[in-house]
Design a protein around this ligand. Structure first.
Ligand SMILES: [Ca+2]
Length: 102
């Protein structure tokens, strides 16, 4: 895993924004902007997004490569997982969207 690549916070923030933009584009085109439907499509049995679910979502959104998606997926789950159960619930995702103003 390329976790030893030094990056400043600004670069990471811009990559994060690009990832959000691509995921949003996927939701717009494939789910008519209905992000809850998109969430349901990638969520696991407990209606939560695990790292594997996020990886599938990123793959479909055209984000990253086979190698980097694993790193991104872990970062996404770590960033959004407020109750630290290792997965992202629809409430946790909604909180992120309202924070981003989307
Ligand atoms: Ca959680």
């Amino acid at each position: 895993m390329p976790t030893d690549i030094p990056e400043d916070d600004r670069v990471q923030a811009s990559r994060y924004q690009e990832m959000i933009d691509r995921v949003k584009a996927l939701v717009d085109t494939r789910y008519s902007g209905d992000w809850k439907a998109a969430f349901a499509a990638y969520a696991g049995q407990e209606d939560k997004l695990t790292e594997d679910g996020v990886k599938s979502l990123l793959k479909d959104a055209g984000v990253g490569t086979f190698v980097t998606r694993g790193v991104y997926a872990k970062a996404v789950v770590d960033a959004l997982d407020q109750d630290k159960d290792g997965a992202v619930s629809v409430e946790e995702l909604e909180a992120e969207f309202s924070k981003a103003g989307k």
